[in-house]
Design a protein around this ligand. Sequence first.
Ligand code: HEM
Length: 136
Amino acid sequence: MLWLKALHIIFVVTWFAGLFYLPRLFVYHVDVNDEVAYQRFVTMESRLLTITGIGAALALLFGIALLHYWGFKHGWLHAKLVLVALLLGYHHACSRLATAFREGRNRRSARWFRIFNEVPAVLLVGIVILVVVKPF
Ligand code: HEM
């Protein structure tokens, strides 16, 4: 089980690296007018989305594998999976926002993206407290 947990945490970190950096790219992308620089951001965002997606898939795969040892009847795990579902929703939103930039139809402001960028940090704190402390 410890190998599974180690791999789970490694890919959780990969996943979060992307979820923290993508909205940061969006913040700067909003103010880019030069076409070459604009396309460079589009390329960076799409490559980062691919890596973030691989991290997410493997974090979930090893997380589900860990359920084999823990079963499902734990309040902390139920609460954790609710926050993980919100994280998946956030990831999906990032992918839609990257598409909006690629198609030149982003309408969000840099300020909006700065606030949006805080969401994964809040979810991370909640998930880690639930899984390490197991308060209920
Ligand atoms: C489908 C999604 C997930 C499932 C089913 C899942 C399930 C689990 C299980 C059963 C454990 C073992 C708990 C233990 O041995 O103490 C675990 C450990 C852990 N999970 Fe997840 N997890 C998922 C997603 C995530 C995500 C998104 C994070 C992001 C922060 C995360 C962070 C952790 C951490 C830090 C540990 C190690 C806890 C410890 O050793 O005390 N997991 N996970």
